[in-house]
Design a protein. Structure first.
Length: 249
């Protein structure tokens, strides 16, 4: 054991949406700190992420599941416990985005985004939180967004779901902080992921975004990993209900 408050030796983390992007970066960072990782993706669990975890000497369990299917939530938690023995950390990272003017936004897209981005985060937190409360310790980190605070353009369902994530984080923290479970969130700025590919390919829109970022660049998934490690570790033991903005200023 070590006195380093950022170490996660002996911990097990379930990271949703960890096949690529921010989720993959977080999963790898937690493994580097000593955690075993349950890797999740919609269609496949992320062989590259699992290989990176195993290369770091940690155990990796792979799970594919569509979070729009509510039966998948309980199955993810069950399999994490069955294959890795317990669950100490939950990172609700998986999410979708659909762009359309509000007056044209389809009911199907609205329902899908609320289900995947918000409802699944609540259900997974509820299910994992039950074990964490029983063991008297745990960490839940939700991936919010700058649109938790701003309305954005052409993304009403995404903005609504991420606003909900911020408030869900605070609500769970209010209930669970006194029982050993830390619930916090990270609000990434503009990060180079599949969800921002359309923005980055639009030269004018990309320039408008860059002009507003003091750091002068788009963020990388790895820029989120350090914040996640902090919130998953003992270094943040007195941090509850916080939405940590990581946006280049």
């Amino acid at each position: 054991m070590t006195n380093d408050p950022f170490r996660l030796d002996g911990k097990v983390a379930l990271v949703t949406g960890s096949a690529t992007g921010i989720g993959a970066a977080i999963a790898t960072a937690l493994a580097a700190a000593g955690a075993d990782i349950a890797c999740h993706g919609k269609d496949e669990p992320g062989e590259a992420t699992m290989a990176a975890v195993q290369k770091l000497g940690r155990r990796a369990a792979g799970m594919a599941a569509d979070l729009a299917d509510r039966a998948a939530h309980a199955e993810l938690v069950r399999r994490t416990k069955a294959e890795l023995g317990r669950i100490d950390i939950l990172v609700n990272n998986a999410g979708l985005i659909r762009r359309s003017p509000a007056v044209e936004y389809s009911e199907e897209d609205w329902d899908l985004l609320i289900e995947v981005n918000l409802t699944s985060a609540f259900r997974l937190s509820q299910l994992a939180g039950k074990q964490m409360l029983e063991q008297g310790s745990g960490r839940i980190v939700n991936i919010a967004s700058l649109l938790s605070f701003q309305g954005g353009i052409l993304v009403p369902a995404y903005a609504a779901s991420k606003g909900g994530i911020a408030q869900l984080t605070k609500a769970l923290a209010n209930e669970w902080a006194g029982r050993g479970v830390n619930v916090n969130a990270i609000a990434p700025g503009y990060i180079t992921t599949d969800n921002t590919a359309a923005l980055r390919s639009d030269e004018a829109r990309s320039r408008q975004i860059l002009d507003r970022i003091p750091a002068g660049r788009w963020g990388e998934p790895s820029d989120i990993a350090g914040a996640a490690l902090f919130l998953c570790s003992e270094a943040s033991r007195y941090v509850h209900g916080h939405v940590l903005v990581v946006d280049g200023g």
